[in-house]
Design a protein around this ligand. Structure first.
Ligand SMILES: C[S@@+](CC[C@H](N)C(=O)[O-])C[C@H]1O[C@@H](n2cnc3c(N)ncnc32)[C@H](O)[C@@H]1O
Length: 236
């Protein structure tokens, strides 16, 4: 019997092996992005703000991208392909090759368009958006209103979330909650292999979905546990 409403502090590549075939209704995955190591603008004031963030990502292995051998495992555990994957633009071709090229899934692109990105534009465009690719083959996408059917979320960086639950790449809860609501039903089981601060778990608790997740970093695992406890106290 698979235990739900639980996060395991372990490598998801190991944990996933214990999940039965076709046991998951929806995957919400936010793996480490693939970030090229560049120094942010020499000795400018801006570089003093951005470089520590880059260093933090590097120190915690959050710039290394994804081991793509996980993708067939994710497909194995889904009842039918119904899967959101957050990524940066460097990773888009590989996901499309796999899900659309090899598995003939349909797809959509959800965008978080940040209203207040850092002003870094030396020889490049602003880093003002994050992508979330949605792949499905028979998967469920049933927004209930014009508002919840939108694919672009124009909102600021979630600075307060990072203060409350320290994790450098915590995603906005409202976006995760809306995507889960659109693509699952009450009591469905949602898998998040890269749970971070527990955003997916909290969204599931608020929506009456079950969750199962993995987080390899002990500190982030503890942050997620605390966040789940806070949410549970609030719901009671
Ligand atoms: C981009 S963050 C996820 C942030 C999360 N969506 C949130 O809102 O807090 C990716 C997380 O995956 C974790 N991680 C990286 N590799 C992992 C692995 N092989 N198994 C489990 N967790 C992993 C990292 O420690 C990090 O916390």
């Amino acid at each position: 019997m698979m235990e739900t409403d639980k996060i395991y502090c372990e490598d998801c590549l190991e944990g996933l092996k214990r999940l039965p075939d076709k046991s998951i209704d929806l995957i919400m995955a936010d793996p480490p992005y693939l970030i090229k190591s560049t120094r942010a603008g020499g000795h400018s004031r801006l570089s003093h703000t951005i470089q520590p963030i880059n260093n933090l990502l590097k120190e915690n292995g959050l710039d290394v991208g994804l081991d793509f051998s996980i993708l067939p495992e994710l497909v194995r555990v889904m009842k039918r392909i119904n899967c959101y994957i957050w990524c940066n633009k460097a990773q888009i071709p590989e996901y499309l090759n796999f899900f659309v090229g090899e598995l003939s899934c349909s797809f959509d692109v959800i965008i978080w368009w940040k209203t207040n990105p850092p002003p870094t534009f030396h020889n490049k465009y602003l880093s003002d958006k994050e992508y979330c690719l949605y792949f499905r083959k028979g998967g469920h996408c049933q927004p209930t209103s014009y508002e919840t059917a939108k694919t672009v979320y124009h909102q600021p960086l979630n600075v307060q979330d990072k203060k409350d639950y320290p994790h450098p790449t915590i995603k906005p809860l409202n976006i995760i909650r809306n995507l889960i609501a659109n693509s699952s039903k009450p009591d469905d089981i949602i898998l998040d292999p890269f749970m971070g601060s527990g955003t997916t778990a909290v969204a599931c608790m608020e929506l009456g979905r079950k969750y199962i997740g993995y987080e390899i970093n002990q500190d982030y695992f503890k942050v997620a546990q605390k966040r789940i406890q806070d949410c549970s106290d609030k719901i009671k």
